[in-house]
Design a protein around this ligand. Structure first.
Ligand code: BGC
Length: 351
């Protein structure tokens, strides 16, 4: 029994080793000729969203398996994004400022991060799912910022390959109350809090309207902090990428074939990204895009994704496919036999 406990302890220690910082300061990641002069240590070229913990069901088992990360890295991905709704794992608070993150969940998160880093994958830890966040509500703001303080404190010595993404898809419609002005204030105040314990960690900020590229022009970030990158999302056009997704629109039941006008719609959102990069020099990442896999034509899926990836490469930005193994899955759930889905992977990585 004792020997077993010792082995378990040694295993955990081995897992946590990569979480320890290599020292030195973080630098803005990049991979192409405009940005790779800064570093080739934190790579954010091709990634995949590991969904599951953004709900209230706890940490899904696949996130705790080495084979998941080994398989992802083996396919040529260099990062994963872990969406977590931390409100589900916040305990013992009466005033939103004195709670703690659930230790059982956080230990699992430590393991997931360690497994990813061990497999040479960077990790974007994303606060996901708070769709009715209203930063003018003091209690909500206190909760949001206290959670970030706790995360930042926990991972202050973690590998530079761990990035903090402040908030997924902020918006001021459909229940949320975060326009660009409010978002700028909330993000910048939260960045300052995180900087108290993580002076150089890479932080990922978002433009308003669901990480809308068209809102980049209103995004205001501290100019003297070069360790902030910006995440945009594009599912343009929704009628194509969300075909069959009746949870998004009850009428989207039928197959929708791809056409050139649809690809131009995607490109026009990327034009906003290009303008933003030219103006600010910030590193941008498209950390959500994808096609729902229910009724879509597989050939169309490959063409759309290959187009999106080529566009990102042209702009010199990284991308993160939504998602690994659920509705948009690049990996088929075991119910469908498991294994990588060819039409997605052919588009993302090539044949
Ligand atoms: C949401 C998912 C959704 C995806 C595509 C994500 O940000 O969390 O529930 O499937 O976007 O719409």
């Amino acid at each position: 029994m004792k020997a077993k406990a010792l082995i378990a302890l040694l295993l955990l220690a081995a897992l946590l080793v990569p979480l320890v910082s290599c020292g030195g300061s973080a630098v803005v990641p990049g991979w192409n000729e405009t940005t790779d002069k800064m570093t080739d240590f934190v790579k954010l070229r091709r990634g995949i969203n590991l969904s599951g913990a953004e709900g209230s069901d706890g940490m899904p088992g696949y996130l705790l398996k080495d084979e998941t990360y080994f398989g992802i890295a083996g396919k040529g991905f260099d990062h994963v994004r872990l969406p977590v709704d931390f409100r589900n794992y916040y305990k013992n608070s009466e005033h939103h400022t004195d709670g703690e993150l659930d230790e059982g969940f956080m230990k699992k998160l430590d393991t997931a991060i360690a497994l990813a880093v061990q497999n040479d994958l960077s990790v974007i830890l994303d606060f996901h799912g708070w769709y009715d966040l209203d930063s003018s509500d003091e209690a909500q703001k206190a909760l949001f910022q206290n959670i970030w303080k706790l995360i930042a404190r926990r991972y202050r010595d973690a590998s530079e390959r761990l990035l903090f993404e402040l908030l997924n898809e902020p918006h001021d419609n459909e229940g949320g109350n975060l326009n660009s002005l409010m978002l700028n204030r909330l993000q910048n105040e939260t960045i300052a809090l995180i900087r108290e314990t993580n002076p150089t960690r890479l932080i990922v900020a978002s433009p308003a309207e669901w990480n809308g590229p068209w809102k980049l022009a209103e995004l205001d970030l501290p100019e003297d902090d070069e360790n902030i990158i910006v995440a945009v999302h594009s599912y343009a056009p929704m009628t194509f990428t969300h075909q069959g997704a009746t949870w998004a629109n009850a009428e989207w039941t039928e197959q929708v074939r791809l056409n050139q006008a649809m690809l131009r719609e995607f490109d026009s959102q990327m034009d906003d990204v290009k303008k933003y990069i030219e103006k600010t020099g910030r590193t941008v990442i498209l950390d959500e895009f994808g096609v729902y896999q229910k009724v879509a034509d597989p050939g169309d899926v490959t063409e759309y994704l290959a187009h999106a990836v080529a566009k990102c490469e042209e702009l010199g930005i990284g991308w993160t496919y939504w998602e690994y193994n659920s509705g948009f899955g690049a990996f088929k759930p075991s119910l469908f036999g498991g294994g990588w889905r060819d039409c997605v992977m052919d588009g993302l990585i090539g044949k």
